[in-house]
Design a protein around this ligand. Structure first.
Ligand SMILES: Cc1cc2nc3c(=O)[nH]c(=O)nc-3n(C[C@H](O)[C@H](O)[C@H](O)COP(=O)(O)OP(=O)(O)OC[C@H]3O[C@@H](n4cnc5c(N)ncnc54)[C@H](O)[C@@H]3O)c2cc1C
Length: 402
């Protein structure tokens, strides 16, 4: 095994969207960075609704110009109570221009976003990409060492663990998790339709979870359909014509005739939160740090704020301090905890309120939506907080370069 003696300041483990964003942001901030990760497998047919502040960050990093034409703006959000229960909520519609925004966000296929991030990564002189897998991470008082599957070691003062929900970096840092499964599976598929979506994302609240259609460019949309696990398996196994018809029924034909595209994804849902986001020279970002159900498009948006935050802290200290030291890691933990905690709680409560059979909880949910529909200032406050939290806005999300 050979040792790589090049002087990296940060090693990012994982080439998913959170890891690539962290690597690009670190390098753009002047931190000599190496990313270890393979190109994600082509099977991920998910899309991400990137909130306006995430788009600002990607613009600042020079990534957004490479992919924005393949995204669709979300100007309207609609919530439809399709539970058929006694306490039904009114339909609520949110408009981005009510809070002075062109759009709440832009929906983009994950594969397109990852491709744009990789393209940008290859143009940065102080970022190297190693297409490999990390087998182990060991840390000492002054550096971290990463072992690669194809031989060799890399060393740096800071490791950014962006290696997803089964994070090896998290284990190496001896960080425990809090976890609960929700007995739900999200079926994902993209489809064409005959009626325009009018840049509106519609969320049908059903007793098994949300069934959400999100616009893509043209007469295309993506679907995230949260189902009981057995039903999700059965539905995913349907032929194209039957699946198209099932989707059309589930979304009450609002988009006309549906024609599914190739590829179906099944994602078991749950909530996972790392008890610490950083320890022993390892900072966790993205799903290595937190997993939440796909409600309100928060998951990767949180991951991008993690990436922007660790890059901001490392870039600011890169010449004077140990960028993997305890002080910096403690600041990272402090800056991310409230944002992740509050969003995880909100998403989890909203999701559970759909699954419960308890009438008072169903009533409270209905009342909450009724108040959102009727009380303008409350609705606007919720919309503002949804797209850009008052706390935790790293510099990149404010359009400031590192
Ligand atoms: C159905 C669904 C819909 C969603 N919709 C939205 C949305 O609209 N908006 C939103 O913000 N979020 C959304 N999310 C959440 C979002 O998809 C995730 O947060 C995001 O994909 C996680 O990215 P990541 O980079 O953290 O992890 P991953 O995409 O899992 O990437 C981790 C990478 O690390 C690599 N890796 C793992 N171990 C190693 C190792 N040892 N060495 C090297 N590499 C390794 C893996 O191969 C992988 O490429 C959704 C999630 C689901 C399930």
């Amino acid at each position: 095994m050979t040792n790589d003696k090049r002087a990296f300041q940060a090693i990012v483990v994982g080439g998913g969207p959170a890891g690539l964003t962290a690597a690009v942001a670190l390098a753009a901030g002047g931190v000599a960075t190496v990313l270890v990760g393979k190109k994600p497998a082509p099977g991920d047919n998910r899309t991400t609704a990137l909130l306006a502040s995430s788009v600002t960050a990607l613009e600042t990093l020079g990534v957004w110009p490479l992919c924005h034409e393949q995204s669709a703006p979300l100007r309207f959000l609609r919530i439809v109570d399709d539970t058929g229960r006694l306490w039904r909520a009114p339909e609520v519609k949110f408009e981005a221009d009510e809070i002075g925004l062109e759009a709440f966000g832009w929906n983009i296929e994950n594969r397109v976003l990852v491709e744009a991030l990789r393209e940008r990564a290859h143009t940065l002189p102080n970022l190297e990409i190693v297409e490999d897998e990390v087998l182990g991470v060991a840390t000492t008082a002054d550096h971290a060492a990463v072992e690669l599957r194809h031989g060799g070691m890399l060393a740096a003062p800071l490791v950014v663990g962006a290696d997803g929900r089964k994070s090896l970096c998290r284990e190496a840092a001896l960080i425990d998790i809090d976890e609960h499964r929700t007995r739900q599976v999200a079926l994902t598929v993209c489809f064409r339709h005959t009626r325009p979506h009018h840049e509106t994302s519609t969320e049908f609240h059903t007793p098994s979870g949300q069934c959400t259609v999100v616009p893509l460019p043209g007469n295309r949309s993506s679907l995230v359909w949260v189902l009981d696990p057995a039903v999700a398996e059965e539905t995913a196994a349907l032929g194209d014509a039957d699946l198209s018809a099932a989707i059309e029924r589930a979304i009450h034909s609002i988009l006309g005739k549906v024609e599914v595209e190739a590829g179906r994804g099944l994602f078991p849902l749950g909530v996972v939160t790392a008890r610490s986001f950083a320890r022993s020279r390892i900072a966790l970002v993205g799903e290595a740090a937190h997993v939440i159900p796909p409600v309100g498009a928060q998951g990767l948006n949180l991951g991008l704020r993690d990436a922007a935050t660790i890059a901001e802290l490392a870039a600011a200290q890169r010449e004077h301090h140990d960028i993997g030291g305890e002080l910096l890691l403690a600041r990272y933990e402090k800056m991310r905890r409230a944002d992740v905690g509050s969003r995880t709680l909100a998403v989890d409560l909203l999701n559970r309120s759909l699954l419960t059979d308890l009438l008072p909880v169903q009533g409270a949910r209905g009342l909450g939506l009724y108040m959102l529909d009727r009380i303008g200032p409350l609705r606007r406050a919720v919309m503002r907080e949804g797209v850009a939290p008052r706390t935790a806005q790293p510099r990149l999300m404010r359009g400031e370069a590192l």
